[in-house]
Design a protein around this ligand. Structure first.
Ligand SMILES: Cc1cc2nc3c(=O)[nH]c(=O)nc-3n(C[C@H](O)[C@H](O)[C@H](O)COP(=O)(O)OP(=O)(O)OC[C@H]3O[C@@H](n4cnc5c(N)ncnc54)[C@H](O)[C@@H]3O)c2cc1C
Length: 265
């Protein structure tokens, strides 16, 4: 018989202690990915350590940063007037995730810990150059994402918050899978001064990445025309029943143009 214990610690150090004492513990956020994965026996665990009471759900905004606690739900980010004002593309991204249930249960920390190659948040984290804070350290977005479903997190490490620098302008455009709303391709574009960051999700077999090709073109000329001549290679892009790698390569260019259009108009 499959036994699964449940704990709801009231702070992070108790959560880590529970994990360290377990054989195969798992931290539980909204359960949107973890529970179906366990039910399908794609993962197993002897204890679920629920982070709901660990005081990790909060949003604060300064003149330079938006800081979001890891247990903050997508619906809270989408509906936050402070986030809408400081980084509108981030609240729009959160409001476009999945369906009502996913937005009301899923969390930013769960999304970034899971690092699904089609998830939306990783593109904002990388595109805005966010900092991921854990119970052990601070990680830059560049150092955090290690590939499809891979991150720099140690097995017992807990994301506590994510800090997003506020750009001058930014935009997130995705071509959603019509069933799940995950990104078949999503482009997060951020401009601060002369610096342009472009992060792509949904497309690569290695998960979220920055497109130096698009960034270089836009750094030379921040215009729609500068993207016209780009020929995005399909090497290393995902090809599946939803879209071929060539189709995704074309989507990258189309979504990048739409993101740019939103910024310059
Ligand atoms: C039908 C459906 C549609 C979706 N559509 C989209 C979409 O359009 N765009 C998109 O971006 N996402 C989408 N998602 C993903 C969703 O946004 C959730 O964020 C994601 O499923 C993770 O769920 P969760 O936050 O409940 O975390 P859980 O499922 O509870 O946990 C996920 C993983 O993260 C670990 N974890 C959770 N919190 C932490 C933490 N603080 N520190 C360390 N590890 C942690 C858990 O141990 C587990 O391994 C969709 C999901 C579903 C089910």
């Amino acid at each position: 018989m499959y036994e699964l214990e449940y704990a709801k610690p009231s702070n992070i150090s108790n959560a880590v202690n529970k994990f360290d004492q377990s054989k195969d513990g798992k931290y539980l956020a909204g359960g949107m990915t973890l529970i179906p994965t366990l039910k399908a026996r794609l993962a197993s665990s002897d204890i679920l350590i629920d982070l709901k009471e660990a005081n990790l759900s909060n949003i604060s905004v300064t003149s330079t940063h938006v800081v979001i606690g890891s247990m903050t739900r997508h619906s809270d980010v989408a509906n936050s007037a402070d986030v809408q004002k400081s980084i509108p593309s981030l609240s729009k991204l959160a409001g476009g995730i999945g369906d009502h249930m996913v937005r009301n249960c899923g969390t930013i920390g769960g999304s970034v810990a899971n690092n699904d190659p089609s998830a939306c948040y990783p593109s904002a984290v990388l595109g805005l150059g966010a900092t991921i804070t854990t119970n052990e350290r601070e990680l830059s977005a560049e150092d955090y994402f290690m590939g499809m479903f891979e991150t720099a997190l140690n097995s017992n490490e807990i994301i506590t918050q994510i800090s997003f620098p506020i750009p001058d302008k930014s935009s997130y455009i995705k071509f959603p899978n019509p069933a799940s709303r995950y990104a078949m391709v999503g482009v997060f574009m951020a401009k601060t001064g002369n610096k342009v960051n472009v992060a792509i999700t949904g497309a690569s077999e290695n998960g979220v990445f920055r497109s130096s090709e698009i960034e270089n073109a836009l750094s030379s000329s921040f215009t729609l025309e500068s993207l016209d001549s780009l020929d995005i290679s399909s090497d290393g892009l995902i090809g599946d029943i939803h879209a071929s790698s060539n189709y995704r390569a074309n989507l990258i260019k189309v979504m990048a143009k739409r993101a740019l259009e939103e910024i310059i108009t």
